[in-house]
Write a protein that binds this ligand. Structure first.
Ligand SMILES: NC(=O)NCCC(=O)O
Ligand SMILES: [Zn+2]
Ligand SMILES: [Zn+2]
Length: 508
């Protein structure tokens, strides 16, 4: 099998298309957790769909029974932010739609939403290229689309993407000057178009001009190593862009989703906006929650470079503040920004931090890291955990309750987590193709012992059984709940503009 290649750690037999799981499964006696409640119940699965959630469900001999007593039965994780097989900074991410998704399944994530970055700005060409890349998928996925230029064609293609291709979100980069970055003028055009289509506008919020200036400053000072990356783009630059994007989205009156919120500065802008009633969603990523920037000062380039991502991993204090913001509802869901480059690729920037490909891993680690750092520590409940890692993503991108829930009729994407077991992370046995891992050596409580994706047992007894081509593309409809009532606010605004103004003619 061409996909059972080196470095992913599957036995050949595990990759074959013949490794078909049973179509009838009963998960017995576990604590079934949804975002709205938890209960002890059995979950019965037939043909990829949840057919029953009830106590003492009786089945025949043809059903595979999994004992989940004392364990949590939860919706599979949904990662809102990944970059698989992405061409970026002169190279391509080492995890493609097979290895990245296999890693996801081993860590309890059963769906992800990947960013199509259209080469030359053509949305249709970008879409076709990603359809091709995703053919080897072994779990379900959706797409966001990046908008990197503006003209009539792009505007029309956005319409096609939403109406025909199942894309309901577009990302605008305020950073990466000279490549992906767009102007405020384009941002406004994009926001207007998103609003008219019922598509969610997403922003990478860093001021690209200021980053460019900060980078020049570091190079002039002779700081060329990975630490220069963090020093050149401090939190205030993220705060400024977050504030600007929020205000411009407010000006257009369209909902906004801020990706990879990495700093207190950005988080506080989101908190202020939400307090004033603005529809802003904030997505921190797991690296920003549990790591700090000390790693960028490591004297070993290979170690320091693996932590280079944008916005940068921040100083101590930011991660804890972002965790607190998640637990109090200021931020809504956790992603990974999984964008993996191996140590050879990172060496592109050995003499100049500006050339280190930006990105870190996380698809396999997110569910464990959030459980260990936030549930085990008592910061959030188990139902909150489900909301932050799965349900809220499904709601925002309009695929709930097909995804993000254990309800009759939902897709059978389920994990069984044993709170009394423990996990350990190492690049020597992870499932990503990368030779490094930013969570190297981490151990913690709680382990995903079973992953069921689309009704198939794909992870059990520390073994993956993944089938290339078995993952489905999940189309996402526009006008999620975030758009409810937007028209009323518009009408109110327009009527306030049309209030008669009494003027007196003055004669001289
Ligand atoms: N975040 C990062 O460093 N790499 C992926 C591209 C992006 O999301 O900005
Ligand atoms: Zn980004
Ligand atoms: Zn990203």
């Amino acid at each position: 099998n061409q996909f059972c290649d080196a470095g992913i750690g599957y036995r050949e037999s595990e990759c074959g298309l013949d490794s078909v799981s049973p179509s009838k499964i009963l998960i017995k006696g576990g604590t079934v957790v949804n975002a709205h409640r938890q209960q002890v119940a059995d979950v019965y699965i037939e043909d990829g769909i949840i057919a029953a959630v009830q106590s003492n469900f009786k089945v025949g001999d043809d059903v595979t029974v999994i004992d989940a007593m004392g364990k949590y039965v939860m919706p599979g994780g949904i990662d809102p932010h990944t970059h698989l097989a992405m061409e970026f900074m002169g190279t391509e991410t080492i995890d493609d739609f097979f290895s990245g998704q296999a890693a996801a399944l081993a860590g309890g994530t059963t769906m992800h939403i990947d960013f199509i970055i259209p080469v030359n700005g053509s949305l249709s060409a970008g879409y076709e290229a990603y359809v091709e890349k995703a053919k080897k998928s072994c779990t379900d996925y959706g797409f966001h689309m990046a908008i990197t230029k503006w003209d009539e064609t792009v505007s029309k293609e956005m319409e096609v993407m939403v109406k025909n291709k199942g894309i309901n979100s577009f990302k605008f980069f305020l950073a990466y000057k000279g490549s992906l970055m767009i102007s405020d003028e384009l941002l406004l055009e994009g926001f207007k178009k998103c609003k008219s289509l019922g598509a969610l506008a997403m922003v990478h919020a860093e001021n690209g001009d200021a980053v460019f200036e900060g980078q020049k400053r570091m190079i002039e000072l002779g700081i060329t190593g990975p630490e220069g990356h963090a020093l050149s783009r401090p939190p205030m630059i993220e705060g400024e862009a977050t504030s600007r994007a929020i205000r411009l989205a407010g000006f257009v009156n369209t909902p906004l989703y801020v990706v990879h919120v990495m700093s207190i500065d950005a988080m506080e802008e989101i908190a202020r906006a939400r307090k004033s009633g603005k529809r802003v969603i904030g997505e921190p990523v797991v690296s920003g929650l549990v790591l700090d920037d000390s790693c960028l000062w490591d004297p070993d380039f290979k170690i320091a470079a693996k932590f280079v991502m944008s916005p940068p991993i921040r100083g101590p204090g930011h991660g804890k503040a972002l965790q607190a913001a998640l637990s109090t509802g200021i931020l809504q869901l956790v992603g990974t920004d999984h964008c993996t480059f191996n140590s050879t690729q990172k060496t592109l920037g050995i003499d100049d931090f500006r050339k280190i490909p930006n990105g870190v891993n996380g698809l396999e680690e997110r569910m464990h890291m959030v459980w260990d750092s936030m549930v085990v520590s008592g910061q959030i409940s188990v139902t909150d955990y489900v909301r932050l890692t799965s349900t809220e993503c499904a709601r925002i991108f309009n695929i709930y309750p097909r995804k993000g829930a254990i309800l009759v009729g939902s897709d059978a994407d389920i994990i069984i987590l044993n709170p009394n077991s423990s996990f350990e992370i190492s690049s020597s046995f992870h499932h990503s193709r990368s030779d490094t891992n930013v969570y190297e050596g981490r151990r913690g409580k709680g382990k995903v012992e079973v992953t069921i994706a689309g009704g198939r047992i794909v992870w059990e007894n520390d073994e993956l059984k993944v089938v290339p081509g078995s993952g489905k593309y999940i189309k996402m409809q526009p006008f999620s709940y975030l758009f409810d009532g937007i028209d009323k606010a518009d009408a109110e605004y327009l009527s306030s503009l049309r209030a008669p103004v009494k003027r007196f003619k003055t004669t001289s």
